[in-house]
Design a binder for this molecule. Structure first.
Ligand SMILES: Nc1ncnc2c1ncn2[C@@H]1O[C@H](COP(=O)(O)OP(=O)(O)O)[C@@H](O)[C@H]1O
Ligand SMILES: [Mg+2]
Length: 468
């Protein structure tokens, strides 16, 4: 090997790493053998191909972590293969034609790097190492993103009797492997309910994947869900596994299932009934080992009556139905949710803010037609609007859909007619939670002396201690 030119300056150092699966595609047998031996020596698992047709077979068998691709192959032009190939894994281009044009074009078509022949071993090691760390970082980032989502955003909050009931139902239906239908208005948290069903099931440590029936085009829906064989569409040269396959052992959420076309409803019914499906363009039946959860904000029954939704699919889905209640029916969850969305912003901005009691009141009086999603948006906007102020006041909340009256209306929500003591407790808790109010302010608001206020607080404390 003689001196090779590199297009990019080296910025990373080679380091010891996990063995990777690498595919070397080059018809220069001497170079191919050398690169293969060199990579194997570094502990990688290497497949070599001297023609594109061989590469295709290798790619169909397993997905490599990295491909080294010669631009000029006897049966293909590497540049033409690049766009599709680089979608599935990083590709480093090898070529004897050291022109900057080739390099630019290869990078433009998705190559991560470019090496000219003859290949310099040091430059080669560096390119491999860089490409693998970049893809490893990307994978870790994806994983991190998923975990962050599951930890912070996937917890179903709410202490209202309605939510407590819903959570009990989730714990009943979770472990059973039946199909579940989640109903509820837009923004009530149907996706979180579906995720909670998954978490409560023996499949919890397997993937939870969502497919959005509302936004996916019909043609894509099928290949997303079932996957496709190589050649199923013009220009598609590789087999792709569908969501059902990638969720193996886990749960698939069919989000907003009411939006599916009747053709897709029929295809879905087949999987639900038989547990079998086919990749697009495939002839073989595959067995689905997933649990299905569906959700919709629509009244499916009416859709069935109008002939817009298949009755047989409807009955398949409605074996077990969970209903996520609208936010206006569980007003007492509003403070908790508002605090939650505000604290998520703290995490991002390292600043602590709190709601004034008036702001919480205003939030509790709103009708929330957009439910929890709307509340989240209002809280995030209010956190911005309040600027440097540590307190979020009603003026920061903007126009609320329920309309906020200037009358001092205090909303209490109980699941039973409350006693006077209970009202006192809740009202006291709420005033104490408002960090902008001093004890003197609170006593004044309640119309009691400060001494009496402390008596009330102590009584409240010992009642709480008695409970816990
Ligand atoms: N009970 C809840 N606890 C915490 N966050 C919630 C809750 N319900 C909804 N959310 C949040 O509100 C937003 C909308 O929820 P989503 O599940 O997408 O609603 P839907 O699918 O019913 O339209 C999401 O950001 C979600 O995290
Ligand atoms: Mg949704």
């Amino acid at each position: 090997m003689v001196e090779g030119k590199r297009i990019h300056e080296a910025t990373a150092t080679p380091l010891g790493r996990k063995p990777a699966r690498i595919l070397v595609v080059d018809d220069d047998s001497t170079l191919n053998r050398f690169l293969t031996a060199h990579l194997k020596l570094a502990g990688h698992s290497v497949t070599s191909a001297s023609r594109w047709s061989q590469a295709e077979i290798a790619l169909a068998q397993s997905e490599p972590d990295l491909v080294l691709l010669d631009l000029k192959l006897p049966d293909a032009d590497g540049l033409e293969k690049l766009p599709t190939l680089s979608e599935t894994c990083p590709v480093i281009i090898l070529t004897a034609f050291a022109t900057i044009d080739h390099a630019v074009e290869a990078i433009r078509r998705g190559a991560v790097d470019f090496l000219t022949k003859p290949v310099n071993p040091n430059a080669f090691d560096l390119a491999i190492s860089r490409a693998l760390s970049a893809s490893e970082m990307k994978r870790e980032y994806e994983l991190y993103k998923r975990q962050a989502k599951s930890a912070a955003d996937m917890t179903l909050l709410g202490r209202s009797p309605q939510m407590a009931q819903l959570k009990r139902m989730i714990n009943v239906v979770g472990p059973a492997d039946t199909t579940v239908l989640v109903l509820g208005e837009s923004g009530v948290g149907k996706e979180l309910v579906a995720a909670a069903v998954h978490e409560a099931s023996p499949r919890a440590d397997k993937p939870f994947v969502e497919i959005d029936c509302a936004t996916l085009q019909a043609a894509l829906f099928e290949s997303e869900l079932f996957g496709h064989e190589a050649g199923a569409f013009p220009g598609v040269e590789r087999r792709k596994e569908g969501l059902i396959e990638s969720a193996e052992g886990g749960t698939v959420l069919l989000d907003e299932i009411g939006e599916l076309t009747s053709q897709l409803q029929a295809k879905l019914l087949r999987v639900l009934e038989t547990g079998r499906y086919r990749r697009v363009g495939g002839t073989r039946d595959l067995v689905a080992n997933v649990r299905f959860v569906a959700s919709t904000h629509r009244d499916l029954k009416t859709l069935v009556e109008r002939g817009d939704f298949r009755a047989d699919l409807y009955y398949r889905l409605t074996g077990f139905t969970l209903e996520a209640p609208p936010l206006r029916d569980r007003v007492e969850d509003i403070p908790l949710l508002a605090e939650h969305f505000l604290s998520r912003r703290h995490f991002a901005r390292h600043a602590t803010k709190a709601f004034s009691a008036n702001a919480i009141d205003a939030l509790m009086r709103c009708a929330w037609p957009g439910n929890v999603r709307e509340l989240r948006n209002v809280v995030e906007r209010a956190a911005l609007m309040s600027g440097d102020s540590p307190t979020i006041k009603p003026s920061h909340l903007g126009e609320l859909a329920g309309g906020v009256s200037t009358k001092r209306e205090v909303v209490f929500a109980f699941d039973h007619p409350p006693t006077l003591d209970e009202i006192t407790e809740v009202y006291l808790d709420r005033l104490l939670a408002d960090k902008t109010l001093s004890r003197t302010d609170i006593a004044k608001t309640l119309g009691v002396s400060e001494r009496n206020l402390y008596r009330l607080i102590n009584a409240r404390k010992s009642a709480q201690d008695g409970v816990s």
